[in-house]
Ligand binder design. Structure first.
Ligand SMILES: NC(=O)C1=CN([C@@H]2O[C@H](COP(=O)(O)OP(=O)(O)OC[C@H]3O[C@@H](n4cnc5c(N)ncnc54)[C@H](O)[C@@H]3O)[C@@H](O)[C@H]2O)C=CC1
Ligand SMILES: N[C@@H](CCC(=O)N[C@@H](CSC=O)C(=O)NCC(=O)O)C(=O)O
Ligand SMILES: [Zn+2]
Ligand SMILES: [Zn+2]
Length: 379
């Protein structure tokens, strides 16, 4: 039976307040309006950015909302004027849109898109500045333009990547955030060259994907830095060649790395979201050319600092969002690379659970043994 044009009532995990357990609720999902797509979400993973917003530290965090932004599903229906996807298409929702016509998209200098960002940042859809989610008439905010902790979601058409229907959705859901971010930080943002020395601060999914990207880029040394010694065994499988635990050194970690690498690394990546570590990551870079990329998301009120002399003497400080990948164009390409076994994805999935177990899944995520937990969204 077609649900096109109808309100769908389905299960979703609602964040009513910061830090309070998510509640599985019956949510009404309105049909897509012009330029919108309603997606049946089949699998969603959890990312630390969901936990960050849920914690109340995100200045853009609004409650009640439906979190989630790393997922895969099937188009259920489309609104007026949507031409690039149709019901039945397999898709990955993209929190970073790509409209191909705004100033950002046309610049060729960035993957950021300006078309819907103002609406997604305040939890609504662009058409009428309202939410498509409600519970008995009470609106529930969208999150990052994706809201994938729901059996159905509505997104802007510029935020949907159509992918190979043969790709396993329980795996390629990861290509909605963490893995592309790490790979792209190396390939697109830093543009690491063969023979480079690389330091990766934080060996979670994002840091491990940085290591994987650095290995494929031909880096000669990939130094993993983490406070958890268990991470080294895992990290070796992703290309990390050496491991340093800052807790085991008396000297500042930047000095340890400078001493290890004859003056500093060519590239460093901060994949934690800790502003002190961001400083260390910059300062462990080689004078004259070392480049440090900020990947981690730091809380509202946090600021970075260093002596300007660090930059005067040639170090470069950069940041990356979604690894610099243009979402609609390049997510399908990443899926194809996965299908050809050219990039890892399965290796990042340490746990599989159901949507109803989402609070336990977040609990696991905060322990050191979980990289990505994939939730099956429908029974
Ligand atoms: N810029 C972007 O587009 C994106 C940013 N992110 C952000 O990237 C960050 C990392 O994400 P995940 O890998 O999923 O996180 P994670 O929590 O799995 O990994 C962080 C790692 O850092 C280690 N760590 C914590 N404090 C440390 C310290 N002081 N020194 C060294 N290691 C330390 C932890 O032991 C852990 O292994 C988060 O802040 C997340 O919000 C995630 C996706 C996209
Ligand atoms: N609302 C947050 C923004 C946090 C942030 O920087 N998000 C990243 C993606 S993190 C994914 O897991 C990003 O791509 N930012 C660019 C953007 O357009 O949002 C805050 O204000 O801290
Ligand atoms: Zn994420
Ligand atoms: Zn755009």
């Amino acid at each position: 039976m077609s649900t096109q044009g109808e309100v769908i009532t389905c299960k979703a995990a609602v964040a009513w307040e910061p830090n309070k357990p998510l509640v599985i609720e019956d949510v009404q999902v309105a049909p897509p309006q012009a330029g919108e797509v309603r997606i049946k979400i089949l699998f969603t993973a959890l990312c630390h950015t969901d936990a960050y917003t849920w914690s109340g530290k995100d200045p853009e965090g609004l409650f009640p909302c439906i979190l989630g932004h790393e997922a895969a599903g099937i188009v259920e229906s489309v609104g007026e004027g949507v031409t690039e996807v149709q019901p039945g298409d397999h898709v990955i929702p993209c929190y970073q849109a790509e409209c191909r016509e705004c100033k950002f998209c046309k610049s060729g200098k960035t993957n950021l898109c300006g078309k819907v960002r103002a609406a997604t940042g305040v939890g609504v859809m662009m058409n009428d500045r309202k939410s498509r989610f409600s519970i008995n008439g009470k609106p529930i905010y969208h999150f990052m333009g994706t809201s994938t902790f729901s059996q159905y979601t509505v997104v802007h058409d510029v935020s949907v990547a159509k992918i190979d229907p043969q790709a396993p959705l329980d795996k390629v859901c990861l290509l909605g955030c963490g893995v592309p971010t790490g790979l792209g930080a190396v390939w697109n943002t830093a543009k690491v060259e063969p023979g480079s020395t690389v330091a990766v601060f934080g060996l979670g999914t994002v840091g491990l994907a940085v290591a994987e990207g650095a290995k494929t880029a031909g880096a000669s040394r990939i130094i993993g830095v983490d406070v958890d010694n268990k991470k080294f065994d895992i990290a070796k499988n992703f290309g990390v060649t050496e491991f340093v635990n800052p807790k085991e050194h008396d000297k500042p970690i930047q000095q340890v790395l400078v001493d290890l690498t004859d003056g500093g690394v060519d590239y460093s990546f901060e994949c934690i979201g800790n502003v002190s570590v961001m400083r260390a990551a910059l300062e462990c870079c080689h004078k004259g050319w070392g480049t440090s990329v900020i990947v981690g998301v730091a809380a509202s009120g946090q600021e970075i600092s260093t002596r300007p002399f660090q930059l005067v003497t040639g170090r470069v400080w950069k940041g990356t969002a979604f690894g610099g990948f243009k979402s609609r164009s390049q997510v399908p390409w990443l899926v194809d690379k996965y299908m050809k076994k050219e990039i890892k994805v399965d290796e990042y999935i340490t746990h599989n659970m159901a949507l109803g177990e989402i609070n336990e899944a977040f609990h696991l995520m905060h322990g050191g043994s979980c990289l990505r937990c994939v939730l099956k969204v429908h029974e």
